[in-house]
Design a protein around this ligand. Structure first.
Ligand code: MG
Ligand code: MG
Length: 249
């Protein structure tokens, strides 16, 4: 069931989203060669809790940490650990925060120092693919309009679209209906209404879009060809003539 959020709920979602945004800003200066992903996770978790929120992903279906931190060929659901970031890596940090029962969800991929020109293009174009998806949103269009916008931008820039993982509704659960695929056809899927809250989250790859799940931890999604992947995500509320980003400034 797709729910329409009241003004009171949107205000709480705005607050949760802002905490997620602030957590990304707080972590940015720490994203450097030499730090471990578990140190980033601990910093992020402490910051979220200091804002009076809870980390949405900790314990979600048994996920062990506060943040999902995915490096290079890891697409999403990376588990923070002893890996030490090094120059040339890209690191995708997915942050969820729950404030008074309402969630915000936003992922961003960051370069660690200097990265190759291919990886720079992957980062820039995946971020832009997110904004192309958001530009397609307003009351009355369909979920497929978002997917088509993301997919056509990705394809034009020769990037792979991971299809097994999709965006979603956000509210009192971090993952709600509807699914928001990064591919699709205009005019298909559920119709958007004012007050729906969605997480749009392209996951694009430099090479093949095929993926597998790390059998050791049962969580981490990795590209089949071990080429790099990027992930950019905002939570937004649908408005009459567009959308408002809840996980932005
Ligand atoms: Mg996320
Ligand atoms: Mg999400």
């Amino acid at each position: 069931m797709i729910t329409i959020k009241s003004d009171r709920e949107i205000e709480l979602l705005r607050k949760a989203g802002h905490i997620v945004y602030e957590t990304h800003q707080y972590l940015k200066p720490y994203i450097k060669a030499g730090i471990t992903t578990k140190e980033l996770d601990a910093l992020g978790e402490a910051f979220i809790r200091k804002q009076g929120a809870l980390p949405s992903f900790k314990g979600y279906e048994g996920f062990p940490n506060a943040l999902c931190i995915s490096v290079n060929e890891e697409v999403v659901h990376g588990i923070p650990g002893d890996y030490v970031l090094k120059e040339g890596d890209i690191v995708s940090i997915d942050i969820g925060a729950c404030y008074h029962g309402y969630h915000g969800d936003s992922a961003w991929s960051y370069a660690v120092g200097e990265v190759s020109s291919d990886v720079q293009a992957l980062l820039k174009n995946t971020e832009q693919a997110l904004y192309e998806g958001l530009k397609a949103i307003h009351e009355g269009v369909h979920i497929g309009d978002i997917g088509e916008a993301v997919e056509s931008y990705a394809t034009q820039h020769h990037l792979g679209v991971v299809k097994e993982l999709v965006g979603h509704g956000v509210g009192t659960n971090v993952h709600e209906d509807p699914d928001v695929p990064n591919y699709g056809t205009r005019g298909t899927g559920p119709k958007l209404k004012k007050g729906m809250v969605l997480a749009v989250e392209p996951m694009l790859t430099l090479g093949s879009p095929e993926i597998f799940i790390d059998s050791e931890n049962g969580w981490t999604i990795i590209t089949d060809d071990n080429q790099a992947s990027a992930h950019f995500e905002h939570t937004v509320v649908v408005t009459e003539d567009g959308c408002e980003i809840l996980t932005g400034e």
